[in-house]
Write a new protein. Sequence first.
Length: 347
Amino acid sequence: MKDLEKILEELQSKIVNVSSMNELNDLRVEYLGKKGSISMLSSKIAELPVEEKKTFGAELNKVKMTANELIDSKKNEIETKELNEKLANEKIDISLPSTKVTVGAPNILEKVIEDLEELLMSMGYDVVEGPEVEKDLYNFELLNLPKGHPARDAQDTFYITDETILLRSQTSPVQIRTMLANEEKTPIRIICPGKTYRRDDDDATHSHQFTQMEGLLVDKNISLANLKGTFDIIAKRLFGEDRETRFRPSFYPFTEPSVELDISCFNCGGKGCNICKGTGWITVGGAGMVHYNVLKNCGYDPEVWTGFAFGFGIERLTMLKYGITDCRTFYTNDLRCANIYDRKDVE
């Protein structure tokens, strides 16, 4: 019993001077480890007379509990002290002026897409996306562009496998997929934004990768008048309420009739300048009535259903709207292409 009392007194004396977790751990091992002073006394129980074993064992357990309590109490004391010191050293004076941090912003192409999506969703259109790695079937064949069609040359793209899997050259396959998936053949009103790919040499106005937004409306009794009204709203939203619009005959294999979408020049007001090449008009996209064969390929009866489709190159719209002269600027981390609506500090 005297040994137990002496060991406990020693522990109480030593623990007062402990100031770190390492010292405390060493002390724990010294007294409570497998070869510690308290643990070693357990082996002496076998040497005691039977009548003393129970009493000694009970006292030994009390000493162990007291030792653990002393060590745990000291541990909490040290941890609290270290935490207070850390808080004191790392405290922040919130009254000081903050450091200005330059924050990122969406590329201006994303802003133009968001503006168009917001406008067209308010007109009842749904935003639909599709795969960029596409089948030739959806990218060309069902769009009235069978293999060997000469119009494919203008949309020469990158093939993943021979004549089967490719990087889409337009977002029109999303329109095909949507019509095919609509088993009940109900009216459709969608827009399809996304990246597209063609084998173009990169220069100021061309890129092997670019962004499109196409729209599709299929319903009964749809005409070019509905397309013209839709285009008027889009043009005025993007380029100002005083913009005039016109249709100019064109050719696309998937629409008939097909038209170029022109707006009056925002620089000269239609008088003629270097931007509109003296014509007073600027082409911003293409459109037309959905071709008879495309409707038929997708399960719509062309005698019952009609529709129109339109498409814009987002880079071209953005270049025209903000006076950007080189489309490569969009992909070179130029801060001038940041979201100018939110980044007033960018000139």
